[in-house]
Ligand binder design. Sequence first.
Ligand SMILES: Nc1ncnc2c1ncn2[C@@H]1O[C@H](COP(=O)(O)OP(=O)(O)OP(=O)(O)O)[C@@H](O)[C@H]1O
Ligand SMILES: [Mg+2]
Length: 520
Amino acid sequence: MTVPLHVLMIEDSEDDAALLVRELRRGSYDVTHERVDTPAAMSSALNKEKWDLVISDHSMPHFSGAAALKLLRQTQSETPFIFVSGTMGEEAAVAALQDGAQDYVMKTNLKRLVPAVQRALRELEERRERKRLERQVQQLQKFEAIGRLAGGIAHDFNNAIGAIMGWAELGLQEAPPGTRLQERLQKICAQSQRTAGLTSQLLAFARQQVLQPRRIDLNTLIEEGTSLLRRVIGADVEVCLVPTPNLRVTVADPVQIDQVLMNLCLNARDAMPKGGRLVIETQNADLDEEYCRLHTYVRPGSYVLLLVSDTGIGMDAATIERIFEPFFTTKDVGKGTGLGLATVFGIVKQHGGFINVYSEPGKGTTFRVYLPSDHGVADPPKAESDERPAKGTETILLAEDHDGLRELAQEILEALGYHVVVATNGKEAVELFKTNPSQIDLAILDVVMPGLGGPDAYLEMSATRPSLPVVFATGYTAEAASLTSLVKKGATVLQKPYSAKTLSHAIRGVLERADSNVLL
Ligand SMILES: Nc1ncnc2c1ncn2[C@@H]1O[C@H](COP(=O)(O)OP(=O)(O)OP(=O)(O)O)[C@@H](O)[C@H]1O
Ligand SMILES: [Mg+2]
């Protein structure tokens, strides 16, 4: 087998150059070369191409080997440099080595050339390898440090935000309904809730979330996860699932792994604004010592592998370097917070796994998530909370003032088969309801909305239809006073943020006992 070798020769004699090429070819190198013998010619050769090797004569009429070596090293190039000379004395040879040449070979002893080249190339590879490993270690240390910082901040922030939310909530209970004061306190609540969401992602990055691990089957998880994702992802992205049969189980918190999948898929979607292909794949992976030597952040062992690839815009090296940093984003203000991959990184780490990414600009991206595998079969789904979302065909009136949440809830409900009528506040909900009260089978009402909140909106609707089934959604543990009396009468309250499953089961629960659902 021949090895391609692109050589720059600093040599004034065409014949000598030909001799060197012949010698290298005998050593199984597939040589391509250019011969130069002036500084200007060498500079232009270095600028225009990448060279595997520089071979230089010692003294020439218009140039010297020492000057050539200096010129090469000035370009920051690591390319091996070998002197081949008929006249080089011991002193000059030693000086050359000290100046950063890899070797010197006498023209009278050319059979040393090939071994010298082999050694120089091997040592270069080793140097590069060492640098790569050092970078990996540095990268890891950087994440550790940012993680500790983020974790510390997130805890303090969470407490502070909890307090802000609590006080604002107390004020809200005392604020006269419909006043500007009430509205302002509501805004404080809404903002602090948003911030609480960010801190919870930071906590995930800092690996300080409470996990609820179980034996899970990634194939099932990706199947269920993507059935909902497909709608969010849009029609011009083709979604392909490639589950490996006989996949081993992994011990993980399904909610967290869902979040990993979700974040990777949403990024893939964003990377393919003009459409493309999203492939989600699972594999068994056994990593040996050799693999771990090359990837220092990995421990040998048995893993299950989740691959998420897209055919999108890809990333350059400088971007890849930073993607796991919290708040690193290339997206427009308001489009991305830069916490998606930081969260993914934290969750994967907390599960004892690791993640790597391969990407090139214009060629798409592949994320590989390795999670430790385990023996046995997946735990049976937990009663209720882990069943598949329950479907239905009824008409639901959904009132939610937060645009993002309303859109998501609508997506989820429509994916489950429901017909959805949306309102952006309580007043609108009441109006929509009153245009055709018998059409609505159930109302999902956000508890806190500007103007008319869910409970008050419900009071107005139930004046028309006392048995209207209802689910209230609230983001706070402390509840509005008007809700309390409804809760006492048996109203269903969902804690935000809720999952699709929780939402679907709450709906079925309420609809199934609709006959006895008279709250007033
Ligand atoms: N599949 C991908 N293809 C191309 N670039 C990607 C991909 N995934 C991530 N990136 C790059 O990494 C950056 C960070 O991703 P990350 O998910 O952490 O944040 P974000 O998507 O920008 O915001 P957020 O997820 O918080 O909404 C992105 O802004 C993007 O530049
Ligand atoms: Mg993202």
